[in-house]
Design a binder for this molecule. Structure first.
Ligand code: UDP
Length: 342
């Protein structure tokens, strides 16, 4: 793949997308962002510019709009696509399943069909460890059986992987890598970009930082009676910049593969961390006391899951570098930066 290749990044103004765009620019690629900003903010573009010194190329387009996407594919000679754009809130997907199916599946099918038409080969897809459901083994590798999805959101990720697999099986000439993200957290070390949750966050770490800064009153730990060492749930929290690096490694790796390659890789650290450990580590590294209490379990939570990251390392030579301490510190610096701007 040429160093200066044009890479389409759908959802490139989002949390993981924006951090990946920064790395693409730093490595000499030309990322082309397609994002209609329904779940992101334009300020992200300023942040990307602040870090890289380059104004990112953006098209304010809905990926579901095939005609508009066609025009973008016509304008650029893409060498790869990183498809982030999707809805991702589990609870909302239960309320609005059709909105989730239409958005997440039609956007994916548009991208695949346009790649076929314009002979764009390399395709990285944002999948999620949610596809494992409540796994029998807590350390999951890519062969761990998929369990029935417990939300329409999870279902869209399972179906998306299947759509990609079927497309490859039909010998459409693409090369596909599905990255199954574990729990992305943190922010760019510069604090120029980070996570911008809409409304009250569902995810743990933004909830922690917003409580610590005083935006939210108190964090509730969803259950302390799980079969884990301290009773709280265990997850695999991955620094967003480590995750961004996985996409770059993945894109380069794909470009060296044969047509009709289909691969799935876990993107995690291999280390499980409990909710209580997150709280204690956050307090320790930031010197900030957190107001928290134990509450009831949240429906649909699996008790523990973390990635076996070996296959990603074997294939891509990629592994995470940043610690949980660093991740929480970066998340906190970002929250403080946001507070100072207000
Ligand atoms: N969690 C919590 N309080 C919160 C938000 C999350 O205790 O306010 C817990 C949740 O039960 C889970 C972990 O934090 O065990 C990670 O949840 P998150 O929603 O961030 O990610 P998930 O793993 O559910 O995708």
């Amino acid at each position: 793949m040429k160093k200066t290749a044009n890479i389409l990044v759908t959802g490139g103004a989002g949390f993981i997308g924006s951090h990946t765009v920064v790395l693409l620019i730093e490595q000499g690629f030309n990322p082309v962002i397609v994002d209609d900003f329904r779940n992101s903010e334009k300020r992200v573009l300023k942040g990307i510019e602040e870090i890289t010194g380059q104004i990112p190329v953006v098209h304010e387009v809905d990926v579901v709009d095939k005609e508009a996407m066609h025009a973008i594919f016509q304008q650029y000679n893409f060498e790869g696509v990183i498809h982030f754009a999707a809805y991702k809130a589990v609870g909302e997907s239960v309320q609005k399943p059709l909105m989730y199916y239409r958005n997440n599946l039609v956007s994916l099918m548009n991208c695949i069909e346009l790649c076929e038409e314009f002979e764009v080969k390399n395709f990285v897809f944002s999948s999620s460890c949610t596809v494992y459901g409540e796994p029998d083994d807590i350390l999951v590798n890519e062969n761990t059986p998929i369990k029935p999805a417990n939300s329409p959101y999870g279902q869209t990720k399972q179906v998306s992987e299947q759509i990609l697999k079927d497309a490859i099986d039909s010998k459409n000439g693409l090369r596909v890598l599905c990255l199954r993200y574990f729990n992305p957290i943190g922010a760019h070390e510069s604090s120029a970009i980070g996570e911008l949750p809409i409304g009250v966050p569902n995810n743990l770490v933004p909830y922690v930082t917003q409580t610590a800064i005083g935006k939210l009153e108190q964090l509730t730990v969803f259950g302390d009676d799980y079969q884990t060492p301290d009773g709280s749930c265990i997850r695999d929290y991955i620094h967003v910049m480590d995750l961004a690096e996985a996409h770059i490694h993945g894109m380069k790796w794909l470009s060296r593969q044969k047509d009709d390659t289909y691969e799935i890789l876990n993107a995690g650290t291999g280390v499980g961390v409990s909710v209580l450990e997150i709280i204690h580590t956050f307090e320790k590294v930031t010197g900030t006391a957190l107001n928290w209490k134990i509450g009831p379990r949240r429906e649909g939570d699996v008790s523990q899951i973390y990635a076996d990251p070996k296959r990603a390392f074997d294939l891509l030579g990629w592994k995470t570098k940043r610690s949980i301490e660093e991740s929480l510190k970066d998340a906190w610096n970002w929250e403080q930066k946001l507070a100072n701007e207000k």
